[in-house]
Design a protein around this ligand. Sequence first.
Ligand SMILES: *Cc1c(COP(=O)(O)O)cnc(C)c1O
Length: 388
Amino acid sequence: MIQFRDLQKQYAALRADIDSAIARVCASAHFIGGDEVSALERELMQYVGATHCISCANGTDALSLALMAWELGPGDAVFVPDFTFFASAEAPALIGATPILVDVDAGTFNIDPRKLEQAIKAVMEEGRLTPRAVVTVDLFGLPADYPAIRSLCDTYGLLILEDAAQAFGGSIKGQKAGSFGDISITSFFPAKPLGCYGDGGAVFTDNHAWATLIQSYAVHGKGTMKYDNVRIGMNSRLDAIQAAILRVKLAAFKDHELEAVNGVAEYYGKGLKCTGLRLPVVPDGYYSSWAQYTVCLPEAIDRNALQKRLKQQGIPTMVYYPKPLSQQPALENTAQWFDDNGVSEELCRTVLSLPIHPYLETEELDQIISAVSEFCNTMGGNEGSQYD
Ligand SMILES: *Cc1c(COP(=O)(O)O)cnc(C)c1O
């Protein structure tokens, strides 16, 4: 059976090391914090190329912790792509800031720098909110357009919070996702490129003062010691069993998984070239960690029918995402957007994510590619077909 993301096959491959890592923590009875957690933070920091890594309970908390360190709140505008997972906008809304939803680029699915600048200017003209930060999302594993975004943020005095929840292992010219933001975050939700066996997350930054604040906010606003509470914080810690599992998984990720998943994407690229589908774009110098392999269907292809046909053939697919954030009821009166989010809306109607993970085999890939190609041919989505 083809799995959308095969965590069972991964466990089978890494089982001996994962089981002994869990047993090691149980034997030590050191379940919160401790050596496993600090060792993992050091390993993550080195991999990403950041000066500080603070692990925490999940990626959503990681976003909140960053915004708390910057003391953002009511009256502040935080720019967020309209096409992303809800948490990217939920975190700024939770602390009372206003998410400004910005349209994305049709090719990369990431925030469109040109529309970002228009939105910043519009907010400034309106004069009600102060532009403070951009949550850049590295969607589906591909880093956002940091050269353009950084230069905009320098011009307008905005901070970058990089949401690399889906992009651990992604890079631009060798620089790793998790190092592009003034503060960056990732998530270890099981299905992410680097996942644990529960919830987990991490914050990265080169700024010592922010790192110290985030460490404090993550543990009840601790001061010099745990029972000295100097600010209102939260309880957001990564537990030692998750850290021990992540250390095993990080080694496999570096050793072969990231490369293998890129091999799968490349195979899809060749196999699906002639289907009439719009395949994911990876700009020159960019490297994706392929949290998802997402194609866009032409008008002639009925997405529901394709999903149904693939399902009959044992091929699971997902729609990431069925709705732009600007259509989420929870954000209706909380967020703000301008009238130009047409690309996000169109993507929500046309995207389809195919199974992808490092343990997908060639025979499985061939099966998926031929099932998709066959459907596209019969549905007439394949204009200018090079297939016979
Ligand atoms: C998964 C995800 C998050 C949240 O991570 P959790 O660990 O599930 O809280 C945030 N942003 C994006 C883009 C995500 O995909």
